[in-house]
Design a protein around this ligand. Structure first.
Ligand code: PMP
Length: 343
């Protein structure tokens, strides 16, 4: 099928995530200590040797962000420079070369402009963009690699209904540990969570609520979301401390909440404290933030034999933050923060 007919056959209203990819991708190669110029080519397979260290040792990092179509028809990116910076923090941690911020941002904008037809209509979803950086070094020695690819590809998806999530506290596995890579985004952070996710699903839960590795006491993240709690009139979120991914949605939600008058506490939050809030009737809301769903309500937390059920709260802070964030991202509300990159 040619590009035009492929696009014409897409039903943006009912498009599952990652079921179809846009026409082009950006590819840049790093060799001999420098980046070659990036090129945009048709989306498709890359010829890769089986011995590259991305495959053998997980020398691979990624980012994720979305492009929305505003009612004016402009295409909007949300804080893409933050993704560029986070990718480079991951790159440094994995002894990979940084991607020049201009190559990341200009490449992203050029790709989105060229494939703008793949950005769903205003109100109907988003074009998800996946920048990734990985080693194509063929050496089997475990050492910092010397050859890399930086690739960006894109997949559109339909309107995403952010229903509530049920989470189970993992007593067996941890996602991150002090000195590890929990505060950056290497591919290798994700594979070890898959078994925990599968076991959670077998018990009827959508995802895992991760505790810290050292004491198994403090809440860190919920699946691939940062977490917030509303206890009485207080709003709290775990402080970033090297084991939590600094989510761009988390940072944006914090800003919106603080500007709305909430003195959000960023600190360690023990799971026992959450149980206590719940038993005293103080736990009003729990929600997760992340690029995929922006803000998702967490409706139930299982911790050992306890089930903490959270009914929708009349104040619905999660809903208010979501509405504001989505409004800014989609160009239906003003952007006082300069977060939106209109291309
Ligand atoms: N935590 C993890 C482990 C994640 O993978 C993500 C998704 N990038 C997040 C939190 C949320 O980050 P962001 O708001 O930047 O999407």
């Amino acid at each position: 099928m040619n590009a035009t007919s492929r696009l014409a056959s897409v039903d943006f209203e009912n498009l599952p995530f990652s079921s179809v990819f846009s026409d082009h991708m950006l590819v840049a190669e790093y060799r001999g200590g420098r980046w070659m110029s990036a090129e945009i080519r048709p989306y498709g397979p890359l010829p890769l040797a089986p011995n590259i260290s991305a495959l053998q040792y997980g020398v691979s990092a990624f980012e994720g962000l979305k492009a929305y179509r505003a009612p004016t028809n402009r295409v909007l990116l949300f804080r893409p420079w933050e993704n560029a910076r986070r990718l480079n923090r991951t790159a440094r941690r994995l002894a990979m070369p940084e991607v020049p911020e201009s190559m990341f941002l200009d490449g992203l904008r050029s790709l989105v402009k060229l494939d703008a037809g793949w950005v769903p209509p205003s109100g109907a979803g988003a074009l998800y963009l996946r920048p990734c950086l990985f080693s194509i070094d063929p050496s089997l020695r475990v050492k910092p690699a010397e050859a890399f690819l930086f690739v960006i590809f894109a997949t559109p998806y339909g309107a995403y209904y952010a229903g509530s999530i049920d989470a189970i506290v993992s007593s067996r596995y941890v996602r991150a540990f002090p000195g590890g890579t929990g505060d950056v985004k290497p591919a290798g952070n994700y594979a070890p969570t898959l078994l925990a996710d599968r076991e959670a699903q077998e018990e009827g839960f959508g995802t895992v609520l991760w505790l810290d590795a050292r004491e198994h006491r403090y809440v860190e993240e919920c699946g691939v979301l940062n977490v917030f709690f509303v206890a009485g009139d207080r709003v709290l979120t775990p402080a970033l401390g090297g084991t939590i991914l600094p989510g761009i949605t988390r940072d944006s939600a914090l800003q919106i909440l603080r500007d709305s008058g909430y003195a959000v506490e960023e600190r360690r939050i023990a799971i026992d404290e959450i149980v206590e809030w719940h038993s005293k009737g103080l736990l009003r809301e729990c929600f997760g933030t992340g690029t995929a769903a922006t803000v998702s309500r967490i409706g139930r937390i299982r911790y050992g034999a306890r089930d903490l059920v959270l009914l929708p709260d009349a104040r619905d802070l999660a809903g208010a933050v979501r509405e504001r964030l989505v409004g800014i991202m989609t160009g239906t509300m003003p952007d006082p923060y300069g977060w939106v990159d209109a291309i």
